[in-house]
Design a protein around this ligand. Sequence first.
Ligand code: SAH
Length: 348
Amino acid sequence: MDKLVEKLRKEHDLSDDELRELIESGSYDAELFKAADEMRRETYGDAVYLRGLIEFTSYCRNNCLYCGLRAANKNAERYRLTEDEIMECCDEGYELGYRTFVLQGGEDPYFTDDKICGIVRRIKEKYPDCAVTLSIGERSRESYARYKEAGADRYLLRHETANAEHYARLHPTNMSRNERRRCLYDLRELGYQVGSGFMVGSPYQTTENLIEDLRFLQELRPDMIGIGPYITHKDTPFKDEKGGSLELSLRMLAILRLMFPYALLPSTTALGTIDPNGRELGLKAGGNVVMPNLSPVRVRKKYAIYDNKICTGEESAQCRGCLERRIESAGYRAVTDRGDVKRVRSQK
Ligand code: SAH
């Protein structure tokens, strides 16, 4: 096996120069993916964890330059699910076997802390055996503490990019990398299982930025790391920018698997959007989570963070069947239990 890949596999780390070589050269990919697959099989076997995703609001107060849900996008169709509708999604998901519900949305002030806590409590009361994950953006430490108190188990908040200047080019001036980090550290300290991550191939991203992303993740040590290719949305300031590639996305996924053997790594919808076989390839490059959509079909097209998003037409049950077949065809096994991270904090 190549020296670089072998070193990454043994030491779970490389120097910046070595990482740069691995990231910029495609010649290691075959070995890299093979080593990543072996590592995931050592730590998680052939299990692929399913998380039911409920996109419960498309309203957003933010103006991230890459995202189709940005407040300034007047063409975006906005919707909110009612608490009862969210419960119906959970009911359907529970029937399909899901034991994790991920509530994701834009940063929608309509959903006050009281409302979020009410929803979390209601889900946990009805389904105490399920994990509830929130992914609702930046809020105060006090708010995060209240959601935890109400029963939320996990929180997904991608850091997007670890570099402050790059962050500033992707976001409006009222957002900052440091505030994003504050949120992530608060969440970790409050005892959440935390997911972070970044987009691959976002506008202005350099190899150095990607190395900084890896270094930041080594410092944060999140339980889950979600990455996917940046995909252009036609109604954003980045409408003429090109999207991230499949190759680089898979390469970063494999590097993450070798650096963080115990991390939960989703093979994302964005990966499946840029290539019909993208999610299967993501699993073979070290991914071990997929997040099937549980949102009502009538709203799915409206949660348009990027163009041509897949899985917007099927019912939840069809989505479940389709994904299970894809997971099996890639050589893995779909698992619906809670699938908590197999790691203690002292481990990498
Ligand atoms: N408002 C929540 C959820 C955002 S959507 C939050 O701030 O966390 C979840 C993720 O989708 C984002 O973190 C971002 O990394 C990704 N995303 C947004 N726009 C995208 C685009 N155009 N292409 C690819 N991924 C995108």
